[in-house]
Design a protein around this ligand. Structure first.
Ligand code: PHE
Length: 500
C-alpha cells in the first residue's frame, strides 16, 4: 500500500474524516495533491471513501511586488531620495538616484502631494511618508486578503497574482477499511482449487473512454501462422486429428522406402534432399516391417511385380531433413496397422519440410506443407475429391480442379488446382491420391482398407492472401519483423476464395 494511501486511511480512521487534504503531512512535509487525487480515485472506485473537491484561491506577489517589499514603492523611493529643505534636488540627480522607478514614482509622489517643484527641481512637501503599498504587499504575502478594491488595483498594477489549488474533503465510503486487500486482476488455477476466488476482490474493468490499456509488445502472429491456424480450424471442424510432426529429421526409410519410392528415384538425390552428416544413419524402424518393405520393392507382392531391383538397407537408414510430411503419415499409418482391430482415422498436419533447392522468388529450401490422410474401408477417389471440395469450400475457394498426375506412392494421383481470380488462371496448390497397396499392405493394413491423402502448400495461399510476390519476404532471413508486427491479428476472411 502506498504511504499516501496509508496516511489517508489511518487519518480517516482516527478522525472520522479529512476536512482538507492540504493539511496532511508526511514526514513533516505537505503531500502532493496530485498523488492524493490518484489514491482517492482508486479508493472511491472501491467505495472505501468518497470525496469532494475543495477549490482554493490564494494570492502571490509578482516579481515586481517582491521588489517593492525589498526596496520600497517607487513613490517612497523618490521621496527618500530628495534631501530635506526647500532647495531640494535637480531632476537629473533624482533620476540617477531612483533609477528606473523614477518616472512612475515621481508622478505618484507628486499626486500624493509628498513632493513639490522647487528652484533646483523637486523638494519634499511633507516631513515623513508611510509606505502603505509596501505594508499591504507584506500583509498579502503573509496570507491576508485585503479589500477587493485594493486587490484588483494591485493585480492591475501587476504586483500580485491569483493562483488556484485543489485539495479534497474526504469521508468514509460504505466499504471503508484500513486493511485494504490487493485487488486481483486475474483468476488463477490456485484460486479456483483453494476456493479463494469466492472471497477474493477483483479489480473492476476500466471502460472509461480513452483508456487503451497496455499495448502488448510481443506475441504477434506471422501471416503464415494465421493461415496455419485457419487450416487447422477447418480440419478440426471436419473431425480430423492433428498428427505429431515435431521432428525435422527422419530416416529415408519413413520418408521414401515405406512410401514405396524406389531407391533410384531422383528425389533421393542429394541435389533434392538434405542428408545428415553426423549422425548419418539410424535404424529405428521395425525389422519385420523392414523385411516386408524390402520384399515389395525388390520382388513385389499384393499383385505387384515391385521394382525388380536390389533394395539396400544402407539407403533406407540414411538420415535426412524430411522432404515432405508424408514421412509422418507413413509412420502413423504403420502404427495404426499395429492396432488389434482396424479403426477408421482422419489425420492432418501442418509443418515444415526441406528440399535442397536454389531459393528464388517462388522457391524456398524450407517451407510448410499441409497434409491430410483418411483411412477407412471402401474409400474411393470420389471420397478424396469430396473431402478436398469440402475443405476448400470451407476455406472459401469454391473453384478447384484436378489433373491426373504421378506419385510413386499413390494410384490414382491428382494434382490440385484452384482458380485465382486476380491472376486469372488456375494455380497448382497441391498433390493427392490413393495410397498404393504396395505401401499399405506391408504395414499390415487389411486388404479392404483404402487410404486417401493429399499434400498442400501453405506459402502459396498466404502469398496470394497477403499480397507477396517474393516468397523470401515471407520466410527466412529477409522477413521484416516490422511487417509481422504490423499485420493485424485477423483470420483469413472467407472472401479469400474469390481472391485465390
Ligand atoms: N507428399 C506429396 C508432396 O510432397 C504430397 C502428397 C501427399 C501426395 C499425400 C499424395 C498424397 O508433394
Amino acid at each position: 500500500m502506498s504511504a499516501i494511501q496509508d496516511l489517508i486511511l489511518t487519518t480517516i480512521d482516527a478522525h472520522g474524516a479529512i476536512e482538507d487534504t492540504a493539511a496532511l503531512r508526511l514526514n513533516g512535509q505537505p503531500v502532493d495533491q496530485l498523488q492524493v487525487i490518484g489514491v482517492l480515485n482508486s479508493l472511491t472506485a472501491r467505495e472505501v471513501v468518497s470525496f469532494t473537491i475543495l477549490d482554493a484561491e490564494y494570492w502571490l506577489l509578482s516579481e515586481e511586488g517582491n521588489k517593492v517589499v525589498e526596496h520600497g514603492s517607487p513613490e517612497v523611493m523618490v521621496f527618500n531620495a530628495i534631501p530635506e529643505g526647500e532647495d531640494g534636488i535637480s531632476i537629473p540627480e533624482l533620476q540617477k538616484l531612483v533609477g528606473e522607478s523614477y518616472k512612475f514614482g515621481q508622478g505618484a509622489a507628486f499626486k500624493n502631494k509628498w513632493i513639490k517643484k522647487s528652484a533646483a527641481g523637486f523638494a519634499r512637501a511633507t516631513d515623513s511618508v508611510v509606505d502603505s503599498t509596501r505594508n499591504e504587499l507584506i500583509a498579502i504575502r503573509d496570507g491576508k486578503v485585503l479589500a477587493d478594491k485594493i486587490m484588483t488595483d494591485y493585480k492591475k498594477k501587476k504586483l500580485i497574482d491569483k493562483k488556484k489549488t485543489s485539495s479534497y474533503n474526504v469521508v468514509k465510503g460504505p466499504k471503508f477499511t484500513t486493511t485494504l486487500a490487493k485487488e486481483e486482476t486475474d483468476i488463477s488455477q490456485e484460486m479456483i482449487l483453494s476456493g479463494e476466488w469466492k472471497t477474493a476482490q477483483f479489480k473492476k474493468y476500466n471502460f472509461a473512454p480513452g483508456v487503451t490499456g497496455v499495448v502488448p509488445r510481443g506475441g504477434y502472429l506471422h501471416p503464415l501462422m494465421k493461415v496455419r491456424e485457419e487450416f487447422r480450424q477447418i480440419f478440426l471442424e471436419l473431425g480430423f486429428t492433428e498428427m505429431p510432426t515435431n521432428k525435422f529429421v527422419d530416416s529415408s526409410f519413413w520418408n521414401f522406402d515405406a512410401l514405396f519410392q524406389p531407391q533410384q528415384h531422383p528425389a533421393r538425390d542429394a541435389h533434392d534432399t538434405f542428408f545428415l552428416k553426423d549422425p548419418a544413419t539410424d535404424r529405428k524402424y521395425p525389422r519385420d516391417y523392414l523385411e516386408r518393405v524390402k520384399k515389395v520393392h525388390s520382388e513385389g507382392g499384393y499383385g505387384s511385380i515391385g521394382y525388380v531391383m536390389d533394395w539396400k538397407e544402407e539407403e533406407a537408414e540414411k538420415l535426412l531433413l524430411r522432404t515432405h510430411t508424408t514421412a509422418i503419415s507413413s509412420n502413423m499409418l504403420y502404427q495404426l496397422a499395429q492396432e488389434k482391430e482396424f479403426r477408421p482415422v482422419k489425420y492432418f498436419s501442418i509443418d515444415r519440410v526441406f528440399r535442397n533447392e536454389t531459393t528464388d522468388a517462388t522457391h524456398l529450401a524450407e517451407f510448410h506443407q499441409l497434409e491430410g490422410v483418411v483411412a477407412d474401408r471402401g474409400l474411393t477417389l470420389g471420397d478424396l475429391i469430396g473431402t478436398l471440395h469440402s475443405f476448400f469450400q470451407k476455406l472459401g475457394i469454391p473453384k478447384i480442379k484436378f489433373k491426373p498426375a504421378f506419385n510413386p506412392y499413390t494410384e490414382p494421383s491428382m494434382e490440385i488446382f484452384s482458380w485465382h481470380d486476380g491472376l486469372g488462371k488456375w494455380v497448382e496448390i497441391g498433390n493427392s491420391g490413393m495410397f498404393r497397396p504396395e505401401m499399405l499392405r506391408p504395414m499390415g493394413l487389411p486388404e479392404d482398407v483404402s487410404v486417401i491423402a493429399w499434400g498442400l502448400g501453405v506459402e502459396r495461399p498466404t502469398m496470394i492472401k497477403y499480397g507477396y510476390d517474393d516468397i523470401r519476404e515471407l520466410l527466412g532471413h529477409k522477413v521484416n519483423i516490422d511487417m509481422v508486427q504490423k499485420n493485424p491479428i485477423c483470420r483469413l476472411d472467407k472472401k479469400m476464395g474469390r481472391e485465390l
